[in-house]
Design a protein around this ligand. Structure first.
Ligand SMILES: Nc1nc2c(c(=O)[nH]1)N[C@H]1C(S)=C(S)[C@@H](COP(=O)(O)OP(=O)(O)OC[C@H]3O[C@@H](n4cnc5c(=O)[nH]c(N)nc54)[C@H](O)[C@@H]3O)O[C@H]1N2
Ligand SMILES: Nc1nc2c(c(=O)[nH]1)N[C@H]1C(S)=C(S)[C@@H](COP(=O)(O)OP(=O)(O)OC[C@H]3O[C@@H](n4cnc5c(=O)[nH]c(N)nc54)[C@H](O)[C@@H]3O)O[C@H]1N2
Ligand code: SF4
Ligand SMILES: [Mo]
Length: 737
């Protein structure tokens, strides 16, 4: 019988430091990220993974410390990654890396990496594992998946991943398997925004022209901390130029601190603010009449709807003075078309966030800012380079309705997005049928989905759980098999077209451990499931060559330069004013909402309010961590060691606590103890926590037990239209611990 290990035995620090590569890496830790590489150093260098490990190399690749995918130049000395810098040729970061990107070296050399496949050797969640070979781990996974399919049908097997570069290949695998049950993180993230823009403009995520914008309104969008690298830089430049920036946020975020005006809106009432702005703009005829007549439908219905939404009415809802709303409406319209109400990003706050986003989409349309300098930028999908695609047999027809309620409960949510929180609930309820197995790649639902305990219970209920991760995430902790992916600096992923350029993620060193790229994990799993013909490639190089086939460039040249520029692929603006909606126009009045018998123009839905002794619980990002992922990174922990509960000074006084005292937060579904951070920078009726702390996995040894998870407190509340999880609709009581 093979040996059974606990986490401590598997990955002790002593064992790690014994490794020479790892020791060298720790030695350079303190200086990583300091200094600048000459941009030309990135070109004409070989990939050290394929050449000798002696000497200094510079290799270009793409960051994976968050979902933004910045260009990286790695400095590799004698096979050790010494420094990471931003690639100046990459549009997503314009030569700069954020703190998380810089700290990637520590994630890679962390002693807590999963270094070889693991199979559970005790009860689920007991933390007992045994080492397995790849052949055994993949055969075991495939056998369990086949068993489930044979006994209960393909639909009993669920597939989830957070959108990533190998996502298309994961989707081929799951479609070949034949299940209807799959999805991503999106319902926890931006479903309200994307569905609102999709059903208004026919495109889910228009861009924003910061460079020429004269007036910007952010609604909870905190670019200074919820980093979108190039956009964050563009926002800072915009602020430096003196552009008017208004931030609606119940909390004084770092973006609010940079703005010209902070409006501490009552949570869940942003749509009252925007409906009242529209009221003023309509009443005073401040909209772009020519644009509205030519490109929109439903303006008259809007006029009728907003009659009652006066600034005085809105003031009672959102607690922003009527005179302020009126002034901002006039200033905004005067700056049009170089005026943007930003579409925002994580808009999973309230059930009515969809209406807020619809009001924002419509306000932009009234300004006629579509495809104008300083306005919204149409999706240029038409002028993005098209990669070669794999040819494979047709997918089998997936049998059965989906466990996440799309479309039978959520008719407007795109299938690829899914509603993960409802899927989790239906694993537990066993309705409309029992789920049996879950393959989760690059996602940590135990911490990212509301009601942590329910997610753990769901994992415990299943017959089989396999997780693909680089570390023992809280979800991997409850798995039967952990398939360790190589870290991004050690692997290839699918190619990335951005407009007329094609970028490559490539290994800058050989994998440190017995790990694989997800491209190969999916391929080899498909082979073992008898589905190999759906992923027809031998290895990564073969796959990438197939993707590169339409272009006159070799993979070697692409690797050397880091990107390839497609010639004669000019931006195509001819279709900018063709809207992919039912009517072909910007739908101020939504045809789809009308068909469903719902109010077709943006409207007011009263959100719930906390009782007298309760507070809104708000969540969000910090610049130094990514989601539920980087808290175990010791460099990042040094700059952001723990999350704390932001309490307004008056609340702290009332309960008799000061900064760093422990407080207890209690919601309908959970209770946590956390340190207080006392500040004037939050509304007195709100408490804020950065998400991602409160890890339950003992395999994350640097972060286990630090801080608290707001997912342990969050109620599961879902918007029936967008499927968005309403993360700010949880109310908590607070007391001194
Ligand atoms: N450093 C860092 N950067 C990241 C990420 C990360 O994890 N770390 N994650 C990336 C991802 S996936 C995303 S989705 C984006 C998210 O980026 P953003 O959406 O900009 O940021 P969040 O921090 O999720 O939320 C922003 C704010 O919403 C406020 N808020 C809560 N409820 C309400 C409300 O009802 N009304 C208003 N007006 N505001 C409200 C909170 O106080 C918080 O300040 O960041 C991306 N960038
Ligand atoms: N309380 C609370 N909940 C939230 C949010 C919040 O602000 N607060 N934000 C919401 C938002 S906006 C989002 S987008 C979701 C995100 O939710 P998730 O996608 O579940 O969270 P991540 O932290 O991005 O999870 C990524 C997982 O991928 C692993 N990982 C990292 N790099 C790699 C890699 O290269 N390969 C593999 N295989 N695995 C890797 C990490 O170890 C981690 O376990 O959470 C949502 N939930
Ligand atoms: S924003 Fe930061 S963590 Fe995200 S991809 Fe860019 S450098 Fe990496
Ligand atoms: Mo997100």
């Amino acid at each position: 019988m093979s040996k059974v290990y606990t986490w401590d035995q598997l990955f002790s620090r002593r064992q790690f430091i014994k490794g020479t590569v790892a020791t060298a890496a720790l030695g350079v830790g303190a200086t990583a990220g300091i200094g600048l590489l000459a941009p030309e150093a990135s070109l004409g260098t070989d990939n050290p993974a394929q050449t000798a490990t002696k000497g200094t190399k510079f290799v270009t690749t793409i960051c994976e410390q968050c979902v933004w995918r910045c260009g990286v130049i790695a400095k590799v000395e004698n096979g050790v990654v010494k420094m990471l810098e931003g690639n100046p040729n990459h549009p997503n970061n314009l030569g700069k890396l954020c703190p998380r990107g810089n700290a990637a070296i520590e994630t890679m050399y962390s002693p807590d990496r999963i270094k070889f496949p693991l199979i559970r050797a005790g009860a689920r969640g007991s933390g007992l594992w045994r080492r397995a070979s790849w052949d055994e781990a993949l055969s075991y996974t495939a056998e369990q998946m086949k068993k489930i399919k044979d006994k209960y049908g393909a639909k009993a097997m669920m597939f989830n991943s957070t959108d990533n570069l190998s996502q298309p290949f994961f989707e081929i695998l799951l479609k070949a398997f034949g299940t209807p049950n799959y999805g991503t993180q999106r319902s926890l993230c931006f479903n309200s925004m994307t569905t609102a823009f999709l059903y208004t403009y026919g495109t889910p995520q228009p861009g924003t022209d910061y460079s020429q914008c004269k007036y910007m309104i952010f609604t909870g969008r905190n670019l200074a901390e919820g980093i979108s690298n190039n956009e964050t830089q563009e926002m800072i430049e915009m602020v430096a130029k003196g552009v008017k920036v208004v931030v609606l946020d119940p909390r004084f975020s770092k973006t609010a601190a940079k703005a010209t005006e902070w409006l501490p809106v009552r949570p869940g009432t942003d749509s009252a603010f925007f409906l009242a702005m529209i009221h003023v703009i309509v009443a005073e005829k401040l909209y772009d009449e020519v644009f509205v007549n030519k490109y929109t439908q439903g303006f008259e219905d809007l006029v009728t709807e907003v009659k009652e939404y006066t600034p005085e009415w809105a003031e009672k809802k959102c607690e922003i003075a009527a005179t302020t709303i009126q002034r901002i409406a006039r200033e905004f319209a005067a700056a049009a078309p170089a005026a943007i109400a930003h579409p925002n990003w994580r808009t999973s706050n309230f059930v009515n966030s969809f209406q807020t986003e619809r009001a924002i989409a419509v306000l932009n349309a009234l300004m006629g800012n579509w495809a104008q300098p300083g306005g919204l930028i149409p999706d240029q999908e038409m002028s993005t380079a098209k990669l070669g695609v794999l040819s494979h047999p047709p997918f089998p027809q997936a049998q059965g309705i989906r466990l996440d309620g799309v479309p039978w409960q959520y008719p407007l949510v795109p299938l690829a997005y899914g509603v993960i929180q409802t899927m989790r609930d239906n694993i537990l309820s066993g309705k409309p049928y029992e789920a049996k197995g879950w393959l989760i790649s690059r996602q940590n639902p135990v911490l990212s989905v509301p009601e942590r305990q329910k997610t753990i219970n769901a994992l415990m209920k299943l017959d089989f759980v396999a997780v693909i991760d680089i570390q023992a995430s809280d979800t991997a902790y409850y798995a039967d098999v952990i398939l360790p992916e190589s870290y991004y600096l050690e692997r290839y992923d699918g190619l990335i077209p951005i407009k007329n350029k094609i970028f490559i993620r490539q290994p800058v060193i050989e994998p440190l451990y017995d790990t694989k790229s997800s491209l190969m994990i999916y391929k080899e799993l498909a082979d073992k499931l008898g589905l190999g013909e759906f992923l027809p490639y031998k290895d990564e190089m073969d796959l990438l060559s197939q993707q590169l086939k339409p272009f006159p460039v070799s993979l070697e040249d692409l690797k050397r330069a880091g990107y390839y520029e497609v010639e004669n692929l000019k931006e195509d603006h001819s279709k900018d004013f063709e809207f992919q909606t039912s009517s072909g126009k910007i739908e101020i009045s939504s045809s789809i909402m009308a068909q469903m018998g719902k109010k077709a123009v943006p409207t007011w839905n009263e959100p719930p309010r906390p009782k007298e002794d309760q507070y809104y619980l708000l969540t969000g990002k910090t610049a130094q961590h990514t989601q539920m992922f980087t808290q175990n990174n010791r460099w990042l922990l040094e700059v952001f060691p723990v999350n704390r509960a932001w309490l307004h000074t008056s609340v702290a006084k009332k309960i008799g606590v000061k900064t760093d005292d422990d407080v207890v937060l209690e919601s309908e579904v959970g209770k946590v103890t956390i340190k207080a951070y006392v500040t004037e920078g939050i509304r007195p009726d709100c408490i804020f926590m950065v998400g991602g702390f409160g890890h339950v996995s003992k395999g994350l040894k640097s972060s286990y037990g630090l801080g608290a998870s707001d997912s342990a407190l969050h109620k599961t509340v879902t918007d029936p239209i967008s499927g968005g999880s309403a993360l700010s609709e949880t109310f908590v009581k607070v007391s001194k611990a």
